[in-house]
Design a protein around this ligand. Structure first.
Ligand SMILES: [Zn+2]
Length: 298
């Protein structure tokens, strides 16, 4: 008892300095929000993912200050990769000013002190959910995609062991059957976002909610693409210069979305991914707002 009192007294007496020291200590220790051990574990999973393109690697998804389903997986990948010299760009639906994008970017910059940017040229880490930027990207860029459903076969099989077997044996016959049924029923393959692709002629991946427009950008890309699914606790990767083939039949060509004759009402572009203005029919604008702004200024 005496011992406890003494310890308590000693703690109280020394607490102002100790806490100040502790806070100072912690500030330098927790660069990028996560503790070093967590970041190391996520990086280990990412390395495995890069070594086996398209393979979904389980990881210990952390509780984050954003709800699961709001980019917690992409955020953990970003925080595990970020260094003091990086600059980050975050987009949601191609827009840097989306509420979710602003919040995630603020979290990354506040916990690291690194620069933020809307320009692809200046960014080294680009976190996104629905788009790949229109700009050319190169070996200096890491694209980090927030993934809601990492399992491309989820729609045709729910048993986890069977899914593991199908991936392990590259038994994707039922995927082809489902695409064929879609084609027969609807005349076209209707899947528009998260289109399934074969990576390095081995694993089928879900390409997150990016539109078909962006899929060809992943094929033999110069940049590394990392996929993070926080709720489902999976990461996977497409390393630079890897084959990415959208699943389709020999006599059914893969086609991207197009709006015939449509142009952006702001910059006049007809060769970017256009989205219809809410509530206004036949009024289109570029989904990538930073790219659109640059088209108007040059
Ligand atoms: Zn535009």
């Amino acid at each position: 008892m005496g011992r406890t009192e003494m310890t308590l007294e000693a703690t109280v007496n020394s607490s102002p300095t100790t806490i100040a020291e502790l806070v100072g200590h912690r500030t330098t220790e927790t660069f990028a929000l996560l503790d070093e051990e967590s970041k190391r574990e996520i990086r280990r999973a990412l390395l495995q993912a890069v070594c086996i393109p398209g393979y979904q690697v389980p990881f210990g998804s952390r509780e984050m200050p954003v709800a699961r389903g709001w980019g917690s997986g992409g955020l953990q990948v970003t925080l595990a990769c970020v260094g003091a010299d990086d600059a980050v760009k975050v987009i949601d639906q191609g827009d840097d000013e989306g509420v979710n994008a602003v919040n995630l970017r603020r979290l990354v910059t506040m916990s690291t002190g690194i620069d933020e940017t809307t320009e692809v040229d200046e960014a080294t880490l680009i976190q996104s959910r629905h788009r790949i930027p229109e700009d050319d990207m190169n070996e200096n860029h890491i694209l980090i995609l927030q993934v809601p459903v990492p399992e491309p076969l989820r729609g045709i099989e729910r048993d986890i062991r069977e899914l593991a077997r199908m991936h392990a044996e590259a038994d994707y016959s039922r995927m082809w059957v489902s695409l064929y049924e879609d084609k027969v029923r609807n005349g076209v393959i209707t899947q528009s976002t998260g289109y399934p692709c074969l990576v390095a002629s081995r694993y089928i991946v879900a390409t997150t909610p990016i539109p078909r427009w962006d899929i060809p950008r992943l094929h033999q890309s110069k940049f590394l693409t990392l996929f993070g699914a926080g709720r489902e606790k999976r990461v996977y990767a497409i390393p630079p210069y890897t084959d990415v083939e959208p699943l389709t039949f020999e006599d059914v060509p893969f086609e991207v979305e197009s709006a015939d004759g449509a142009t952006c009402r702001l910059c006049g572009s007809s060769d970017s991914f256009l989205v219809e203005m809410p509530g206004k029919q036949e009024s289109w604008s570029c989904s990538d707002t930073a790219w659109c702004r640059r088209q108007r200024n040059t």
